[in-house]
Design a protein around this ligand. Structure first.
Ligand code: DGL
Length: 275
């Protein structure tokens, strides 16, 4: 691999601000890597959508990230990782990494009683992607999955604490606590923004696993294997959204991320372009 390809950015995409929780770990673990981020804020949430829509969106996004010169892409969206990646990875001109495998492995490392809870979108829960990945690693594991459809719209609207969040979390987490789980996977990249509220509802006896950290370590490993690790960050990160850049920027700023955000019409891209 030529030096120039190593200096290309890592593509990161999500339906909205959730992928910023992965950006957080990229900045910690791979600070020399440049990021090009896409948030599909015009079409968020993905969780209630049909699998064919989620696959079609992913093809468009990968076409855009390819055009941006991405050398590697992290699907920083569990819904897209569970539904789209198995379909698009074989067609994609760029190596892709999703959230599920590394998240499942991190949860398995954390559990003592082999009773793991997972919260995610309706589509992720319906796919049973985490349960399948966990059972493949350890057949005797028990996995309890809970869809939380109200959380992503609340988080995208800027509600990260207080009454509506606490009430909604109680509703979703109480049945999981009843299964005596000792580990909970945050199976949606939006949920780490609610980490302290989630930990408060479950108590300190439950280990809460954010798959983002393990996923970024896996990305570092893959980039090294592919001889694609960057030696220095030569340019600034770029952020793109399909919706209103101002509302994404306002959320990102409140979450502690300083970024200029640009609009892109992602619908005009597709995975086959320029390949
Ligand atoms: N952050 C996405 C995920 O990890 C949210 C999906 C949605 O838009 O519903 O699943």
């Amino acid at each position: 691999m030529e030096d120039v390809a190593r200096q290309h950015p890592i593509g990161v995409y999500d339906s909205g601000v959730g992928g910023l929780t992965v950006v957080h770990w990229l900045r910690e673990i791979l600070p020399q890597e440049r990021i090009v981020y896409f948030g599909d804020t015009e079409r968020v949430p993905y969780g209630g959508r049909l699998p064919e829509e989620i696959v079609a969106f992913s093809r468009q996004i990968l076409g855009f990230l390819w055009e941006q010169g991405a050398k590697f892409v992290i699907a920083a969206c569990n819904t897209s990782s569970a539904i789209a990646l198995p379909v698009v990875a074989p067609e994609a001109p760029i190596p892709l990494l999703g959230m599920i495998e590394a998240g499942a492995k991190a949860a398995l490392d954390a559990t003592q009683n082999k009773r793991i809870g997972m919260i995610g979108t309706q589509a992720t829960v319906k796919s049973h992607a985490y349960a399948l990945a966990l059972q493949q690693l350890e057949p005797s594991i028990s996995v309890y999955e809970q869809a939380c459809p109200e959380l992503v719209p609340l988080i995208e609207a800027g509600h990260w604490e207080g009454n509506p969040i606490e009430h909604t979390l109680n509703k979703y987490l109480t049945p999981l606590a009843g299964h005596q789980i000792d580990t909970l996977i945050l199976g949606c990249t939006h949920y780490p923004f609610l980490l302290s509220a989630i930990q408060q509802v479950l108590g300190q006896g439950v280990v809460v696993v954010d798959p983002a950290e393990a996923t970024v370590w896996e990305a570092a490993h893959r980039l090294k294997e592919l001889d694609l690790l960057s030696s220095e960050k030569s340019q600034e990160d770029r952020y793109f959204v399909s919706g209103d850049p101002r509302s994404f920027q306002a959320s990102a700023t409140r979450l502690g991320y300083t970024c200029q955000v640009e609009h892109v019409d992602v619908k005009k891209y597709s995975i086959g372009m320029g390949v």
